[in-house]
Design a protein around this ligand. Structure first.
Ligand code: CA
Ligand code: CA
Ligand code: CU
Length: 349
């Protein structure tokens, strides 16, 4: 499912990051990455592809030609284990763990101005799908360390993707690791695994020979999870087959932050094949517009790939072309990230 509608923290207010994003987070591409940085990364050869889809949601249109240079990308989303290493080394405190300043939220219920994050709760039965508060709750104390709220922890989930990370958290991690967040074009190109124009990261059929290819939701959202794929909630990275580039969990498991601001539509196709945009990116927050509703003053970034909460009955977004705008301060139990390294050379083979 999507979290656009659940974008505002504390259910009623967005919040500005308590610390300014470090400028280093923007220009950290290592020209000559060290060997250890490239561990668990795959080289994606440059090329061009058809970005977007005409067959699903309006924000994926129009399909247009794009080219990207080669880059390295993490083979799986950043795990709890990896994020813990970063926090240990730096003492970093995530957005969801920071107190909110009441001065920033004059209209807010003070009881909700405490650190926390959005947690999904399965409902007892069918509910009105237009009201996301039926299944999303702002849970004080929920964070990457306590993914289900106070009393829960990450024991047994070290190899699961880290969750409850806002955009700034993802960028600070990337900066520390000498990496960056992918652009939307890079992410989508990598997710397609060389299958240009296919519906899914593995082809056009959702479950070839009945085999689940990603951690999604089977059954009637948000009350009946049939667990055909074996997982409720997140799954250890790499639990499902990798795509043609050797990348795991591009579809489902957790949504993933990108470096691009959200636009409600893709740009039109260029006039000729000669003119396909190269390494396009959307770096102006203003282009993300403002969504209706609370928290809408915050810019939105593109998130990609869908999650374990995406169900055909509600949100068919476990596809490379799928995209969503997410307020930059949002943290949830189904949103994580992976990183890239640009500007270096391909591996010697
Ligand atoms: Ca599942
Ligand atoms: Ca994913
Ligand atoms: Cu979804």
């Amino acid at each position: 499912m999507s979290t656009t509608s659940a974008a505002s923290r504390a259910g009623a207010q967005g919040r500005a990051p308590a610390q300014p994003a470090r400028s280093a987070a923007r220009n950290s591409a290592a020209r000559n990455p060290a060997r250890h940085q490239l561990r668990n990364m795959a080289w994606i050869p440059g090329g061009s592809f058809w970005m977007g889809s005409a067959d699903f949601y309006p924000e994926e249109r129009p399909v247009h030609r794009v080219s990207v240079d080669g880059f390295w990308v993490d083979e799986h989303p950043v795990t709890v284990e990896e994020f813990r290493r970063f926090v240990k080394a730096t003492g970093y405190v995530t957005v969801a763990e920071r107190p909110l300043d009441p001065a920033d939220y004059p209209d807010a219920d003070p009881a909700l101005l405490v650190p926390g994050s959005l947690v999904f709760h399965r409902t007892a039965g069918p509910v009105d799908l237009r009201d996301y508060s039926n299944w999303w709750a702002y849970v004080p104390g929920a964070s990457w360390r306590h993914p289900d709220g106070p009393g829960s922890d990450c024991r047994g989930r070290e190899r699961h993707p880290v969750t409850h990370v806002a955009c700034e958290d993802a960028e600070c991690y990337a900066s520390w690791a000498g990496k960056e967040l992918p652009t939307e074009a890079e992410w989508e190109y990598a997710a397609r695994g060389g299958l240009d124009g296919a519906v899914y990261a593995w082809g056009d059929e959702f479950a070839p020979d009945g085999q689940p290819m990603a951690n999604t939701w089977q059954g009637q959202f948000p009350w009946q999870n049939l667990l055909t794929d074996g997982y409720e909630g997140t799954s250890p990275v790499g639990s499902f087959p990798a795509n043609g580039h050797g990348l795991s969990d591009m579809a489902g498991n957790v949504w993933e932050w990108t470096g691009d601001y959200f636009t409600p539509r893709h740009p039109a196709e260029a006039a000729g094949a000669c003119c396909a945009p190269r390494n396009p990116r959307v770096s102006l927050p203003a282009s993300s517009g403002t969504a209706a509703g609370p928290g809408s003053q915050l810019p939105r970034r593109v998130i990609k790939g869908g999650s374990h909460l995406c169900a055909p009955s509600y949100c068919l977004r476990y596809r490379p072309a799928a995209r969503q705008g997410e307020a930059i301060d949002t943290a949830t139990c189904h949103l994580g990230f992976r990183c890239v390294i640009r500007g270096s050379s391909p591996p010697d083979r």
